[in-house]
Ligand binder design. Sequence first.
Ligand code: GTB
Length: 215
Amino acid sequence: MTITITAFERSPDGGKGLARDTRVRWALEEVRQPYEVRLVSFRAMKEPAHLALHPFGQIPTYEEGDLALFETGAIVFHIAQRHAGLLPDDANARARAITWMFAAVNTVEQPILERETARLLEGDKPWNKERMPLVEDRVRSRLNQLSARLGDADWLDGAFSAGDLMMVSVLLRLKSSGILDEYPNLAAYLTRGETRPAYKRAFAAQLAVNKPSTG
Ligand code: GTB
């Protein structure tokens, strides 16, 4: 059955891979499933046809036969359940990998998003100068804990899993901030994720859509 995902017609990041379709592409590449992409404009995202797929009018969505999903955590989980390669067979190890997926979107991504909001949407507010260090402290607090848990391991719990895929995707949002340089083991973890062939294919596919045109 054909898998179709949605992505930005043109991502505001110009192909840095930060829009969330990249993590879905990555998961599909890890399990070697071909997929099609329907590109949507910001306007189309808020129209009834797209809202029927995604109640919040966002990308990405995932369609496969009569199944339609939204939320990258749920989409990556669905892919990982259906195809071998992203979740361990052992029931307890599988439950732990799923726990890391939730931790990525629920615990680690949240302060990172708060930082982005403070930076991009509240940068001109008179109180931003005072708020920003507090927001960044909350990011560092999570990174300290994550860094301590990862230690010198390659991945969060044994072999690479959907938990790592989600965690690396979330951390990538900090790449240009310089904050990750304070955590060499997390920076190396990110590099391990980015150098996986499946990630490289996913990144190249989104870049082909979003590369700023020259000239
Ligand atoms: N919780 C949802 C999920 O995980 O699927 C969040 C989905 C989401 O935030 N989608 C964003 C969207 O559709 C795109 S990824 N936004 C349009 C809207 O809400 O109207 C977030 C994103 C957007 C742009 C960049 N960037 O340019 O750097 C990075 C990340």
